[in-house]
Design a protein. Structure first.
Length: 260
């Protein structure tokens, strides 16, 4: 019988040293923040975070998923469990000092499941930030990956996280849509497994006009928490953090005071 500490599929075979992008090294950082991008996103989404937080002694490591940017030639990972298991070996090389996890949208699901696995392995993060994502206990069916290209582009447009001009660029769309469709499929296949609540402090962030996440959906992250939960409702839609980056970084800085 599989024990909790070894649960999960075998990790896909990927080159080592490719999962974490370190844009602004902080050699004496008191804490590291590992950031998981949204569906279709890449590590560069957190370049602004890396710059802003380095100034206050927090080093950002941004996760780079396969199949995009410099990893474009690599195969996609199709499930949350498989991606978590694949990133863990490299991530654990950076857990020698206090660290926290941040994820936006699909990235929040990945950060949450990574926190669960690390806790099983005895390497609990100091803090978990969950942005733009409903709690995993909220029942919902994600089927965006089943849409045709035209409908999928329309769905992206409603989220207001992509420059409309870019959505008219057919060459760019051919590069972006496969990753986006894969990641939406990952979200659609995800099913939450009941387990022990996380004792790590949670900070939940959501936009007050997010079409995908109601404030109540965000508040329900408390259902998987055994420790304190701090909810921040900011002006904006699904990609509120694009316009509220400075505020979000300030929230992160304050939340990490207990480990710095």
């Amino acid at each position: 019988m599989t024990t909790p500490a070894t649960r999960g599929p075998s990790s896909p075979s990927f080159p080592s040293g490719v999962w974490l992008s370190r844009y602004r090294p902080v050699e004496d950082a008191a804490v590291r923040l590992v950031c998981f991008p949204h569906a279709g996103g890449s590590a560069t989404a957190y370049l602004g975070f890396a710059t802003a937080l380095a100034a206050v002694g927090v080093e950002v490591l941004a996760v780079q998923y396969p199949g995009r940017q410099e990893r474009r030639a690599e195969p996609f990972v199709e499930t949350v469990d498989a991606l978590v298991e694949a990133v863990l070996p490299e991530l654990r090389e950076w857990t020698g000092r206090p660290f926290a996890l941040f994820g936006h949208s699909l990235g929040a699901t990945l950060a949450y499941e990574t926190a669960r696995r690390l806790t099983e392995l005895g390497e609990e993060p100091a803090h978990l930030f969950l942005s733009g994502r409903r709690a995993p206990t909220v029942p919902r069916t994600d089927t965006a990956h089943l849409l045709d290209d035209r409908a999928l582009i329309a769905r992206i447009t409603t989220l207001q996280g992509t420059d409309p001009v870019l959505l008219q660029d057919e060459e760019l769309l051919r590069m972006v849509l496969p990753a986006l469709r894969n990641d939406y499929g990952m979200a659609g296949a995800y099913r939450h497994r009941a387990g022990a609540p996380l004792s790590v402090p949670l900070t939940v962030l959501t936009g007050d006009s997010d079409p995908n996440v109601s404030v109540e959906d965000a508040r329900r992250w408390s259902e998987v928490a055994g420790g304190p939960v701090d909810l921040h409702v900011l002006p904006g839609g699904h990609f509120f953090l694009n316009d509220r980056s400075e505020t979000v970084c300030h929230i992160i800085e304050e939340a990490l005071d207990h480990v710095r």
